[in-house]
Design a protein around this ligand. Sequence first.
Ligand code: UDP
Length: 403
Amino acid sequence: MATIEEYIPIVGQAVVDDLRLLATRLQGKSILNVNSTSVGGGVAEILTRMLPLLQEIGVSARWDVIKGGNQFFEVTKKFHNALHGRPTEITAKDFDVFIETGRANIAEMQIDADAVFIHDPQPIALIQKKKDNNWIWRCHIDVSNPNREVWDFLRGFISQYDAAIFSAPQFSQELSIRQFLISPSIDPLSDKNRELPESTIDKVLEKYGIERDKPIITQISRFDRLKDPIGVIEAYKKVKRYHDCQLILAGGGASDDPEGIQVLEEVRNRAADDKDIHILLLPHNDIEVNALQRASDIILQKSLKEGFGLTVAEALWKGKPVVASNVGGIPLQITHKYSGLLCYSVDGAAFAIKQLLNSPEYARKLGENGREHIKNNYLLTRHIRDYLLLYLSLIHQQDIVYL
Ligand code: UDP
């Protein structure tokens, strides 16, 4: 794993010096992050990279994962869908299951840090272990239009926290606690995002039987209806009438997402026997994801709802032209016609893809602008800085003034 020094050529010496300075202000303080899965999805992705770097600069940081059975994760997936505004039937039993698993985790987990970051709704009930330390609820999902019943239930927990963090301005809610806006980030030096030799890219394509004889359009996402994989296939089919191209729809599962298998089945059925649609069930292999993104001519992210959309940042960082829905945190990353193309429908996505295929120079420019935007705003170093400043503002009010 890359050391903090290795970020200097990318982000500059001053950024790294800032992080070191901030870390010295946290001497003797400990930070704990808790979420619900150690692999799969954006939260695990970020924590995997952030924790070692925090430790390297001298911050005492840990990461723990709650335990839950299938029933619990079915309920939390329902909550997730409902919070994203998808019509979902929630029963009294669902709330009971949630509380019951919460209780088991409260009994089992050791929570003794000075600052506790609880990610997303799954571990939210742990707040009942709060003593005189600082608890922050870090919400990664789009709660701009949540199902009221689920939101009101969660609000009972949220109001006991010291602060909440949202990823985009439109997600903030009326709450009695302080709210912060901190966007997620990608790590430019991780296996997911670092430069790769062409030979590695070729090997991955070969492994999956993909040739580079026609433009490659790719969406990498968990097989989740909110990522609209069926819409991706529809858009591709519309483009295919005019341009001979191929589609890669690739994704793995997350241990806290039980819906994946069913969605994958629906996707396979919709793709039927089109040999130019490559549906890849990826093992958790960052180099493969990286290679597929780099091998692509256009990256698509046709989500119906999105927290932030790390896959968009990953693609832009690789200088790829991106077509993505104007939802969640995506418009923070893409300024329409400047650093990518935003779309609102299957037709819109197909139109944008055709436009890019017809104008390679325009596509290249969008990718180039996108990379610069990610470099300036959405790299891990900025994210760590925001977190450290937030920890400081909660732990040492007077130090923040001194700084
Ligand atoms: N991802 C992956 N393998 C997959 C599917 C997704 O490594 O098969 C990664 C993807 O590259 C990104 C993260 O998981 O880093 C997904 O984050 P995003 O914010 O796009 O969506 P989420 O899954 O959190 O809704």
